[in-house]
Design a protein around this ligand. Structure first.
Ligand SMILES: Cc1ncc(COP(=O)(O)O)c(C=O)c1O
Length: 402
């Protein structure tokens, strides 16, 4: 029996690729630091489970497909604190930011339509595009200049009659890039000039370092009919398992159509929605503490990477990832070898090969993404492991090194 061409076009799930090897290594007693995935170790605020424990329902029923009103209202209040004015009719609760993205792709594109975005990109966008017959088109950005956007003319040259949307990830995964006001304005102007949607994936909104102002296309009233905000509580409140996200837009025609998709999947988890209400009510103190912790981790990793010969990276300004060039030719081979053949004092690290974050898998072959999602002590140890790993790899495979 055949499977669809659509599903065959989708890549191997990158997240799962190394797990059988990791589980073998763990069985042999090796400790593995997981720096390959954006799963923070910060405690989920207690309010989540407190609210869940107080649920007084005899039947765990479906909820309104758009999401429970308490959560939609709490989201509007949260946006209001950021200076953004949405009402409950402007947003749906989704199963994570992932479902918000998927529904957006389905809702705005016909088969063969294009969505234009910066590379490197969040790898799951590629799978979403393949699953929805969308062509993802990239324009390159580079570590050397902090992943700055190219000139507007370069982005504009990639717009075709099939382009339906510009997609920006701010702050960026895997780059840690935070868009400047000028860059946001480039995207806003292009979206309006070419009558495109502008999708802004802001799931890392609160992770912005060095006292930068957080800016969003959401602040541009003239963009309102073009703008779609993708949001999630996963990273912001360290609640990845709660599976709560939002799709937000003031475009009523779009939201009326998207209603069909939220109705199709009936409901988002009742328990997760009730827990999430308490998270969205948390004030700035919570984020201040989290930001301090991540700032410290970022400094630890940056200092350690600078000490390792041949490693090239810039300090990221947002999210919790480093993109680093290593003095090797094939990061995917190195990453696998770290798990299967290497340990430093019984420990090793799992990293992400950066070619997952490019449309052409030949790109980024010598780069890795490091997620600084573990506590400072563990980040220090894992950087030590990486340093020794690179030295040992050079001895074992000189032809694979630069
Ligand atoms: C840029 C970006 N967008 C969206 C998501 C989806 O997150 P979730 O489905 O957990 O809300 C992620 C998760 O890593 C991400 O990094």
């Amino acid at each position: 029996m055949k499977t669809s061409q659509r599903i065959q076009k989708m890549g191997e799930p990158a997240l799962l690729k190394y797990y059988p090897l990791v589980s073998e290594a763990q069985k042999k007693g090796k400790k593995v630091y997981f720096l390959n995935i954006g799963q923070p170790d910060i405690k989920t605020p207690a309010g989540f489970l407190d609210s869940v424990n107080c649920i007084d329902q005899e039947v765990l029923s479906y909820q309104a497909p758009e999401g429970i009103i308490e959560l939609r209202q709490a989201a509007c209040d949260y946006y209001r604190r950021l200076g953004l004015h949405y009402d409950v009719g402007d947003l749906f609760v989704t199963n994570g930011g992932s479902e918000a993205l998927l529904f957006t792709f389905i809702g705005i594109c016909n088969a063969g339509d294009e969505i234009l975005t910066a590379e490197p990109l969040y790898s799951i966008y590629k799978e979403m595009a393949a699953a929805t017959d969308v062509n993802l088109v990239g324009f390159k950005t580079y570590a050397e200049d902090g992943f700055a956007l190219p000139a507007a003319a370069v982005i504009e040259a990639a717009i075709t009659p099939r382009t339906k949307a510009l997609l920006m990830t701010n702050p960026g995964n895997p780059t840690g890039k935070v868009f400047s006001r000028e860059e946001i304005e480039v995207m806003v102007k292009l979206a309006i000039k070419h009558n495109l949607y502008l999708i802004s994936d802001e799931v890392y909104r609160e992770f912005v370092y060095d006292s930068q102002d957080y800016l969003s296309p959401a602040q541009y009233d003239e963009l309102a009919q073009h703008f779609i905000l993708i949001d999630s509580i996963s990273k912001r409140y360290s609640a990845c398992g709660a599976r709560i996200g939002f799709i937000v837009s003031k475009n009523k025609t779009l939201m009326n159509q998207l209603k069909k998709l939220v109705q199709m999947r009936l409901s988002v988890s009742t328990i997760d929605q009730i827990g999430a209400v308490s998270l969205l009510k948390l004030d700035g103190d919570f984020f201040d503490g989290v930001l301090k912790e991540y700032t410290c981790r970022r400094e630890i990793v940056y200092a350690a990477l600078q000490e390792i010969p041949g490693v090239i990276c810039k300090e990221p300004r947002g999210a919790f990832y480093f993109m680093a060039k290593l003095p090797i030719k094939e990061a995917s081979h190195f990453i696998e070898w770290l798990i299967t053949d290497f340990d430093y004092q019984g420990e090793t690290v799992l990293l992400s090969p950066a070619n997952d974050f490019y449309l052409n898998p030949q790109d980024g072959a010598d780069e890795v993404r490091i997620a600084y999602v573990l506590n400072g002590e563990d980040m220090k140890k894992s950087m030590e492991v990486l340093k020794h790993g690179l030295a040992a790899y050079e001895k074992a495979f000189p032809e694979q090194c630069k």
